[in-house]
Design a protein around this ligand. Sequence first.
Ligand SMILES: Nc1ncnc2c1ncn2[C@@H]1O[C@H](COP(=O)(O)OP(=O)(O)OP(=O)(O)O)[C@@H](O)[C@H]1O
Length: 605
Amino acid sequence: MTRNADTAPPAGAADPPPGSRREPGPLAALLAGVRGRIGAAVALQAAASALGLLPLVVVVELGRTLLDGGAVDAGRAWTLVALALAAAVAALAAGYASTLVGHLADNDMQLGVRLALAARLARVPLGWFTARGSGRVKKALHDDIGEVHSLVAHTLPDLAAVLTAPVVALVYLFAVDWRLALVAAALAAAGTALFARAMSGSMRKMAEYAAAMNDINTGAVEFIDGIAVVKHFGGHRRAHERYVRAADRFAAFFTDWSRSTMAPSVASFLVLSPVMATVAVTAAGTASAALGWSRPLDVAACALLAPALCAPMNVIGSRVQQIQAAAAAARRVHALLHAPVLARQGTARPDGARVVFDDVRFSYPAEDGGEAAEVLHGVDLVLEPGTVTALVGPSGAGKTTLATLPARFHDVTGGAVRVGGADVRDMPADALYRTVGFVFQDARLLRGSIADNIALGRPSASRAEIEAAARAARVADRVERLPRGYDSVVGEDAHLSGGEVQRVCVARALLADTPVLVLDEATAASDPVAEAAVQDALSTLARGRTVLVVAHRLATVTGADRIAVMDGGRIVETGTHAELLEREGRYAALWRAQQTPAPREGAPR
Ligand SMILES: Nc1ncnc2c1ncn2[C@@H]1O[C@H](COP(=O)(O)OP(=O)(O)OP(=O)(O)O)[C@@H](O)[C@H]1O
């Protein structure tokens, strides 16, 4: 697909301003709109952290005032108490303000990204979703935005607090007693070095950890998903063993990792623990005071403030991991914000319901950006209004691909698809979807009532019209037997079989009443009786419409006005059933192959 200026994300959440020298990374681009407020949240949290230390400093100064030996300066003492109180309140207020500003910034960032994603995804080809499934989009919209939320609202302000406290504490310690400050600094440096050793290679280990975890998940999913097949073919033990082996490998990896990092980890946590800082500075301070180098109150002051120097180091590791997770999440969101969109859209309106495939060529975009293989090689086909055209042919011939093009699941890479004389690429989406309806193999219902699901194609439809569509699709009887009839909710009290879901989708397409209808194996999941009924309904409805049916079983389309036989991305024969049989070509061979009695003819497929 050609990328052009039109493919830029609509909300500009990910694109650099024109003229900028260096394109920002995905995370920076995602946060660009709220950078100022993130800075404010970080600054406020840093201030809260510094103000949080002030009461400790005041306690020391109060000690100096009260233990001076002479008369107590009550005025100064009360001033200090008031100062401590004010600092504590200000620290709380700054912390609260930081949380508020961070969350508001995060809220705006999330809204912006969600709107940009929604706008972007509204313009990507429908086929893009089919290829990816909803999992990736859900992950970006929910999990990945959640990771970035943690970064904006929590991690960055936390990191500011964690880094400010030691700096402020160190400055104060040096101001009070440089010797004891050096002791506390040396302790923090030793602990940090031990911590760095424990964490060395952690990136590689984290990757191994993720891979080992992934093995377990894959093994578990494979084991559970394929349990019926695996048991049936006697491979139960094999699938089970794969899962157990993955679990064993993970346990061995984890034990090994823990063992190799245990000593430096424990040592760093010990050295960086607040109590160790207090003990070390008190011991050094006692010795220093005994030698007459330090004043007793200064020793107390340093013992009180030294833990602030060491304690925060313990949380830096996890914060760094959170930043890395958010950066990875931002990369995935960024990729979605740059998903290729349909390149053109115009204002052309269709006139009539004639569908023309004009020398259509198509290649699926290659996932890895490499050269895509062409799957349709110049298809010419005309679907006349009021006729049913069946597409048949061997598996992989390109039937589904061709059938998705009138609804613009993808854009052609050569030639054109015209509906009512207008190139589908020049039609606005609403005009296209009002003209072309479709029911595809993987029929889906939304979580809502059956009535709402049917009315999706025409929200203004009355209950009588909805019921008429359900009757025409031969699903009304089944719906009426549901606990709340048409008001039963899918997934709650409406549990339907694959065939029934397909017939609800047929009802939806019928109600939408589009002049062009594309059906891809729409009745494949129905039982033979129901299928015959739906075929009946469809032939009545086909009157005046342009219908394209992708069919595997030739017996279901013998009555079609025209049958187009596809093979290797080309149409190799067209004609009616009788004409094609007479021609003794591909169709006749396929027909004979399907007439060979199957061992269990009529068995459910
Ligand atoms: N999303 C996709 N990405 C890449 N290639 C695809 C994709 N979908 C289909 N193809 C390839 O395009 C070719 C045509 O596939 P298509 O599904 O259109 O054939 P079909 O005739 O409908 O087959 P079947 O009868 O088995 O459904 C095949 O080679 C297939 O592997």
